[in-house]
Design a binder for this molecule. Structure first.
Ligand SMILES: *[C@@H]1O[C@H](CO)[C@@H](O)[C@H](O)[C@H]1NC(C)=O
Ligand SMILES: *[C@@H]1O[C@H](CO)[C@@H](O)[C@H](O)[C@H]1NC(C)=O
Ligand SMILES: *[C@@H]1O[C@H](CO)[C@@H](O)[C@H](O)[C@H]1NC(C)=O
Ligand SMILES: *[C@@H]1O[C@H](CO)[C@@H](O)[C@H](O)[C@H]1NC(C)=O
Length: 499
């Protein structure tokens, strides 16, 4: 219903747009059939995953009090765990199973039932969690798409810095945007040792803390494919992991595909405990004012400072947060300024980006200058569907508006530099329109990016291409654009344009 309405509104927006502003565009545009050119397709089959981004904070009905310390044996080999501060409230298994109904893993339906897969050896050992007994750690559930996972990392890193803990960085984990059922280290793309030097924060990676052998990896993947279904081999190998409920996640808020995938791949069962009570000194903000209306439980941690205050004295060896992406910072974007901006691409990523640019625009050989446009389509449509008609046009920006922004970019650059486009648009019409404008679309299907840099290579090479542009034109509703814009401002003192 609402989908149909949105489609109608969308096409109205497009018609309106083509009527109003076509004549602003460059001459080669004027020969085009406006409706054909600007109409992109937004497949209705993708609607479901909006729930991954903006889920409802319904109160969980049956959270059980449990006086056991559900510390499990993860990393507990050296006895360095202290008992949880407040009586732990643990979400029961049946609760978890219910929550898993929100798991939209695309893998489940595509693959053979576990019983039909190649048999595994009978004696797979349990994985070990290798924590240094002299170090206190902080880690967190990674969340949603690649850029959100970056932002989750920024927030957690900032918290770790504030409470003086070594950050364990979970890998970039696959989610509903792909069907790789895999993960990749951040250090494949970013310079973590430079990051540590610049921030003063010690970091290690999850894959080093909990290394898995090939069989263990396979068991994890199979549990991901099985979704919430009981898979005895996984159950046997999995360890409990005490997980602090942050922003309601693991309690009133369901875990989403990425978090579940992360836990399943690494063979651990999060055991959720409520955070200790808020400290008197902590400033409490109006939820509407700081944009956390989606969390209704007043005892939940929604701001970074509340999290820091409640856990600064915590003596657990590993503090594992159920969530960090949505944490708010009413005092500004400190997580960006103090940590996020210090996460730089490795030279190999920038070099690969440069090669691609040269391939598409040999004229950049002399000066390396180009304009980059990020046209985000994908599930933007789902994020935009609740908007009013007016908001819709800014939420799903017609391609012509990008073309106008590129004209502005030419003026800023002082010359008509080559234009490179990073887009997830699958629409032929978008592609034809871009080609007619003379823009050069990056199409990683045609390159070896994934083979050379791994499954997240294409997206991160695109991110590097956006950042290294003379002028960047972004999609305001895309978090990938906004992070790229922040990097442009922070690293190159340039302001991105939004059509
Ligand atoms: C969220 O859930 C509550 C309780 O089930 C319901 O009353 C409310 O309408 C829901 N809100 C949205 C936006 O779905
Ligand atoms: C792990 O958690 C489950 C569910 O809460 C519990 O039944 C089990 O005893 C725990 N296992 C260990 C080793 O603590
Ligand atoms: C931070 O932790 C390290 C090692 O865990 C310790 O040596 C250092 O004194 C701590 N710094 C502060 C300011 O607490
Ligand atoms: C914190 O506030 C509570 C309730 O207002 C009060 O009872 C308690 O004494 C306060 N604690 C401190 C350390 O000030």
């Amino acid at each position: 219903m609402s989908g149909m309405r949105t489609l109608r509104i969308l096409s109205m927006g497009i018609v309106l747009f083509t009527g109003l502003s076509l004549y602003h565009l460059s001459t080669n545009l004027q020969n085009m059939e406006a409706n054909n050119v600007y109409h992109s397709q937004y497949p209705t089959t993708q609607i479901t995953s909006i729930n991954n981004i903006a889920s409802n904070s319904t109160r969980a009905g049956n959270i059980h009090m449990n006086s056991n310390n559900n510390i499990g044996n993860t990393g507990d080999t050296n006895g360095h765990y202290a008992p949880p501060i407040s009586p732990p409230v643990v979400v029961s298994d049946s609760e978890l199973d219910q929550k898993q109904t929100n798991d939209h893993s695309p893998q489940g339906s595509l693959l053979l039932p576990i019983s039909k897969e190649t048999p595994l050896p009978p004696d797979i050992p349990k994985a070990k969690t290798l924590l240094d007994p002299n170090v206190k750690y902080l880690s967190f559930m990674t969340y949603a798409g690649l850029t959100n996972q970056f932002m989750a990392l920024e927030n957690a890193a900032y918290v770790a810095l504030r409470i003086n803990r070594t950050l364990i960085i979970p890998p970039i984990t696959t989610n509903s945007h792909d069907n790789h059922n895999s993960n990749q280290r951040w250090s494949d793309f970013f310079d973590l040792s430079q990051f540590s030097t610049l921030t003063g924060l010690k970091v290690v990676e999850w894959s080093d803390i909990r290394p898995l052998n090939a069989d263990q990896i396979e068991v994890g993947k199979r549990q991901v494919r099985a979704g919430g279904k009981h898979y005895p081999i996984w159950e046997k190998l999995a360890d409990n992991l005490t997980c602090q409920v942050i922003y309601g996640f693991g309690d009133s808020e369901r875990l989403h595909t990425t978090e579940l995938t992360f836990a399943r791949q690494f063979l651990f069962r999060p055991q959720f405990v409520r955070p200790p009570p808020r400290k008197n000194k902590t400033q409490v903000f109006d939820r509407a004012y700081i944009g956390s209306k989606d969390n209704l439980n007043m005892d939940d941690i929604v701001t970074i400072d509340d999290l820091v205050d409640r856990y600064e004295d915590n003596s657990d060896q590993l503090l594992f947060l159920s969530h960090s992406f949505k944490l708010k910072d009413p005092l500004g974007r400190r997580s960006w300024f103090l940590v996020g901006r210090h996460l730089h691409f490795l030279p190999k990523v920038n070099d690969y980006a440069k090669q691609l640019i040269l391939h598409h625009a040999p004229e950049t050989k002399e000066h390396g200058k180009y304009i980059a446009v990020h046209v985000r389509r994908g599930d933007i449509w789902q994020k935009c569907r609740d908007k009013t008609e007016e908001e819709m046009v800014t939420c799903i920006v017609p391609l012509g508006r990008y073309a106008e922004a590129v004209e502005t970019a030419y003026r800023i650059a002082g010359e008509r530099l080559p234009v490179l486009v990073a887009t997830d648009s699958q629409s032929e019409e978008d592609h034809v329109a871009m080609a007619k404008l003379g823009w050069r679309r990056l199409n990683h299907n045609l390159y070896t990016t994934e083979k050379e840099l791994g499954i997240f290579g294409p997206a991160l090479v695109d991110a590097a291409i956006l950042v290294n542009a003379e002028v960047m034109v972004g999609s305001y509703s895309s978090s990938m654009s906004r992070v790229a814009a922040r990097r442009q401002r922070g690293w190159r003192q340039r302001e991105a344009l939004y059509p």
